[in-house]
Design a protein around this ligand. Structure first.
Ligand SMILES: [Zn+2]
Length: 252
């Protein structure tokens, strides 16, 4: 049986002499494992579509529950992410996080669209990497059922946006009094809190359209990264790699 669907390659594994096994997030079928036969050969017509981050129209053939990509036409390769290793590393973290929260047989167009939108902004360097990463992480958490509650202190109901903290294990807001001595409470400020509220509530095509000072951006990015870790209870190898490259480039 043949199927045509749009999809983006989240992971590639070399297989046999010239094949690849791909993990693809598709528009119609959710996450799929697909054999790309001959994809590593020089003359392969599916070579470009079988690379990491490639977004394509894919023709798939199914036999005995296994899928094989027989033809593809690329739509967007996000080539801008290959200009520097830091962008590429960050892009692969977005792929790994997406793979982790996506299910097979269960299409989630909002998750696919967030990934495509984020890679577009990253590959064209439209915002800083720290901001792109924070927006992606927080919005992905919302789409995966971990939207934080950002109204007022969950314990006393106090509304003090200048001294607010995010309790990262609960995904809730705390005031200064109710954060004391609590290591899982991370400090926000008026602007980083406003940015979080914006990212949670904005229309999907406007999620990157806000301004933030460098200081508030730093706070936002620390909180968003810690929030993903606290909620998913998992480290991502690609994130560790991205951070190790960042360290190297700041030491220069
Ligand atoms: Zn309180």
């Amino acid at each position: 049986m043949y199927k045509v669907t749009r999809g983006i390659v989240l992971r590639e594994t070399k297989y046999k002499e010239s094949d690849k096994i791909l993990t693809v997030l598709t528009q119609n079928e959710g996450k799929m494992t697909v054999l790309a036969r001959g994809a590593r050969g020089k003359k392969s017509k599916i070579g470009a579509a079988s690379q990491l981050m490639a977004y394509s129209d894919m023709t798939m053939f199914e036999r005995a529950g296994k899928w094989m990509m027989t033809d593809a036409s690329t739509i967007e390769l996000f080539e801008g992410t290959q200009k520097d290793i830091e962008s590429f590393a960050l892009g692969t973290y977005f792929l790994e996080l997406t793979e982790f929260v996506s299910d097979e047989d269960s299409p989630n167009p909002e998750i696919l669209s967030l990934l495509l939108n984020t890679l577009y902004v990253l590959s064209r360097e439209m915002r800083s990497k720290a901001l792109i990463k924070a927006v992606f992480e927080l919005r992905m958490m919302c789409l995966s059922g971990f939207a934080p509650m950002l109204e007022r202190c969950e314990i006393c109901g106090k509304y003090d946006e200048k001294n607010a903290f995010l309790y990262i294990h609960g995904g809730t807001l705390r005031c200064a009094d109710h954060s004391k001595g609590e290591l899982s409470c991370m400090p926000l400020c008026k602007d980083s809190l406003a940015a979080m509220r914006y990212i949670v509530n904005a229309e999907s095509r406007k999620i990157f359209s806000f301004q933030l000072s460098k200081e508030a951006e730093k706070r936002l990015s620390e909180v968003c990264e810690a929030y993903v870790y606290a909620q998913l209870e998992r480290r991502f190898k690609t994130l560790d790699f991205y951070k190790s490259i960042q360290l190297l480039s700041t030491e220069k």
